[in-house]
Ligand binder design. Sequence first.
Ligand code: MN
Ligand code: MN
Length: 471
Amino acid sequence: MNQKENNKHDSQGLAYNPRNAWLLCGDDEEKMRAFTSRYLDFLSVCKTERETVRYVEETLKKAGFKNDPKADCYVATLRGKALFAARRGKTPLEKGLSLIAAHADSPRLDLKQRPLLEQVDVLQAKTHYYGGIRKYQWLSRPLALHGVVVKESGETVQIALGEEEGDPVFCVADLLPHLAQKQVEQSVKDAFEGEKLNIVFGHRFVSDEKDGTEKGDEEPKGSIKKGILALLHEKYGIREEDLITAELEVVPSGRARTVGLDRALLGGYGQDDRICVFTALEALLHGDGNGRTQAVMFWDKEEIGSDGATGASSRFLQYCVEDITESWAPGTSPSHVLLNTWALSADVTAAIDPDFQELHEKQNAARLGYGPCFSKFTGSRGKYGSSEADAEFFARLRGILNAKNIPWQVAELGKVDSGGGGTVALFLAAWGMQVIDLGPALLAMHSPFELSSAVDVYATYLAYQSFFAAM
Ligand code: MN
Ligand code: MN
């Protein structure tokens, strides 16, 4: 951001006010727009954790990162769903890493193991939702199918259908208002059932008769499923049993876009938390090896509690740190490297919603356009289920951003007794690291079309870059 007068204190320099990032961006606006336009491209093509990890690994490899921990720029992936990368710095490794950790998974609808269900002239694919969704937001909108099907032979088929011009899309058909009299009187919780999030998958009836015609007045023999299975076999060489072991995710179809007449907002699926993946990746790419070792960790499974081999509660990060310690600083204890690490838990927070302002405690809530937001702790109702950053670490980070005139703000997620949420911070804190949450605020978080502020995306990138550069 521009070196304008630091106006966040009052005339006496004593009181504090957060600064509007739009007023700070000045000549940087063109750079900011170029950056956010690349971000929208990234969001449009990375709609699953696997697609995101593949994009990040390819980008890092083009920049000279290698899968070999002996190389000074190291990248490692696990099962194609989690990624660690580090650039060796001149500062001894025993001083710890400067680590930015984000998550690459987002809420969505996953296909069930036996998804195909034919009833009343429609073939549907049954789903089990993943993460915290508001079910009604997924109804009657174009959806795409992304994921992998692995055959018994081990051959993997990549699927991304419903994104290109000319591709078919999928959808969950919502109930018409004429028949929704009873539903509109139910609570939202009761009105929308997970078991009814069935994807419209096909409709063309295929006869069992060889010549395709039907005899007499009887109900015709045949099915829609027969035609769909034939199409799946023709296009991907797969059978119904292959769907059982597949990982197929149903996500909103279409590109991420600018929003508003001034294009100052960015709308798209999966900004929680690919916004932090992208900004952290860019910060790493533009870092250098002069100071502390710079690292990123992108996890999967955050939206369902961080369990599993590719989630933040796994040992993957520790193993990666052990590998680089053995290569770069033999004799150093990996546990000291972890203990001395400075970490940012890079995740989004909730911006004050103009239509639901009463749900926030406004003085301690995030605002769109005020830069990335620190959350000293997360959790809920009495700080349960949270780590909390130390005053020393938080103060140092504030100094790092102030020195570069990068706007920032602080927030809690909603009111004390009603809000709350979790991030990966507590998993990092378990290794004894210094850690705090820092990421941009979103409107409509966890919806199929989340909104961020363009200036916050750029300021988040600058904040991560300055965190990496700090000694
Ligand atoms: Mn998140
Ligand atoms: Mn989330």
